[in-house]
Design a protein around this ligand. Structure first.
Ligand SMILES: Nc1ncnc2c1ncn2[C@@H]1O[C@H](COP(=O)(O)OP(=O)(O)OP(=O)(O)O)[C@@H](O)[C@H]1O
Ligand code: SF4
Ligand SMILES: [Mg+2]
Length: 419
């Protein structure tokens, strides 16, 4: 890809991450009340790093990315706390025109449905040329030849002919390729890809993901990849944030998350997906219940109603996210990023592998004042069922947050390939 990067990018302090999200709070103030969409999340992305954002529908993945891009639905959606520092500048404090200038040039986004971001009444040429000319002082002719180069780069056959086509004349996969061309046209420093392939069939999904991976590696673009698909996370990312109800509940290198999932929700996610290497004891275990109603201010751990490991305090006391190994210094980016979880009673390695608590006699603490929100109520809760007799379980009993990090790796969750 031809170097297209402007020379005048701001210098960042040595060692600073490219993006630093600090205690971000996003609310929607609607006629029906407040939606507590994102509840104080902190994470960072280094240059050229690929971070996955995973979690069930409604957990705040898109809202987080829209907040970073300053594209929240107005007037209901507001950043009500925190900072989003990109290349040393707090995006939350920038004027709209300053953020507009950064979008496309330094920060780009690919949406799940390309038709929401492509203009149906303009040809691909008009849209690409417009994007290029909005941020670069180049002639229309140069912009057009760059547009051609971009279409060829994303694998659109006969780009000369396709340049004059309208978005509806492309198939879903080809439209998504056009979106990738638009997003990477200016070689941004950070690309946010929000479920970029869920609307596509499986073979096309793999091609589009491969394309994103190859092109961002070439342009040196860091990526936040939002997906429901843990297989995609394993193959595409170096680090993962697991989100639940507007919180980050676990974060770490992709290898650490798959080898040693340590938050009950992550454990649940990994046990609820089919795996190619399914063994005889690898039955799928669905996560009972549904995520909490985010129209109510969070009280206690948001996962408590669905958690087989919960203790009485979980109903009232939401744990902070801390290093899995107690006292470890926090590294936020890179291959040595600290594995962190927000949990009062983390599963041991054996429990994570089994997908249920194994401590003899342990039962999930009942909801105070009744079971209205208890997704485990009435179920033969997994807690204590078939408790393993193994010495390794006995050894791991009583280990607090971080105390269980010495457990054996979960071979079955190992990522397919290093990102
Ligand atoms: N414009 C809006 N007005 C009110 N609430 C909203 C709006 N957009 C999002 N929300 C709410 O914010 C919360 C987080 O939504 P978000 O779209 O970020 O979820 P998500 O993790 O991206 O889910 P999905 O996987 O389904 O895309 C949800 O409770 C959602 O209903
Ligand atoms: S053990 Fe408690 S804090 Fe940890 S996930 Fe379960 S309910 Fe939340
Ligand atoms: Mg979303």
């Amino acid at each position: 890809m031809t170097a297209f990067r402007p020379a005048e990018r701001p210098a960042m302090a040595a060692g600073s991450p490219l993006l630093s999200v600090e205690d971000l709070v996003v609310r929607f103030r609607t006629h029906d009340g407040t939606v507590y969409a994102v509840n104080g999340i902190t994470f960072a992305v280094a240059e050229r790093e690929t971070l996955g954002l995973v979690g069930e529908s409604g957990c705040g993945k898109s809202v987080t990315s829209l907040a970073i891009m300053r594209l929240l639905a107005k007037p209901a959606g507001r950043i009500e706390g925190g900072r989003v520092v990109f290349e040393g500048r707090d995006l939350v404090a920038l004027r709209d025109d300053e953020v507009r200038d950064l979008r496309g040039r330094e920060l780009a986004m690919i949406f799940q449905d390309p038709m929401t971001s492509l203009n149906p009444v303009l040809t691909i040429e008009e849209q690409l040329v417009e994007t290029l000319q909005a941020h670069r002082r180049i002639t229309k002719e140069k912009a057009r030849s760059r547009a051609l180069e971009l279409l060829a780069m994303v694998g659109i056959p006969q780009p000369e002919n396709r340049l004059r086509a309208y978005p509806h004349q492309f198939s879903g996969g080809m439209r998504q390729r056009v979106m990738i061309a638009m997003a990477l046209a200016l070689e941004p420093r950070l690309l946010i890809a929000d479920e970029p392939t869920t609307a596509l069939d499986v073979t096309i999904q793999a091609q589009v993901l491969e394309l994103i991976k190859d092109l961002t590696a070439k342009t040196g673009t860091a990526v936040i990849l939002i997906t429901h698909d843990l297989g995609v996370v394993a193959g595409m990312t170096q680090r993962v944030n697991v989100m639940y109800a507007g919180f980050i509940v676990e974060t770490g290198s992709t290898t650490a998350i798959f080898e040693r999932p340590s938050h009950p929700y992550t454990v649940g996610l990994l046990h609820s997906i089919p795996r190619l290497d399914e063994s005889e004891d690898g039955d799928l275990i669905p996560i009972e219940g549904t995520p909490p109603n985010q129209r109510q201010a969070p009280v206690g751990c948001p996962f408590a109603p669905r958690c087989a490991w919960r203790e009485a305090r979980c109903w009232t006391d939401n744990p902070a996210i801390v290093a899995l190994s107690a006292g470890e210094a926090i590294v936020r980016t890179g291959p040595n990023a600290t594995h962190q979880i927000a949990c009062h009673n983390p599963p041991t390695a054996d429990e994570a592998a089994a997908g249920r608590p194994l401590r003899r006699g342990f039962r999930a603490a009942p909801a105070p004042g009744g079971s209205a929100h208890d997704a485990l109520d009435g179920l033969d809760t997994p807690a204590g069922i078939g408790a393993l007799e193994s010495a390794s379980v006995a050894e791991s009993l009583g280990s607090g947050p971080g105390g269980s990090s010495a457990g054996p790796p979960l071979e079955s969750f190992r990522p397919e390939a290093d990102a």
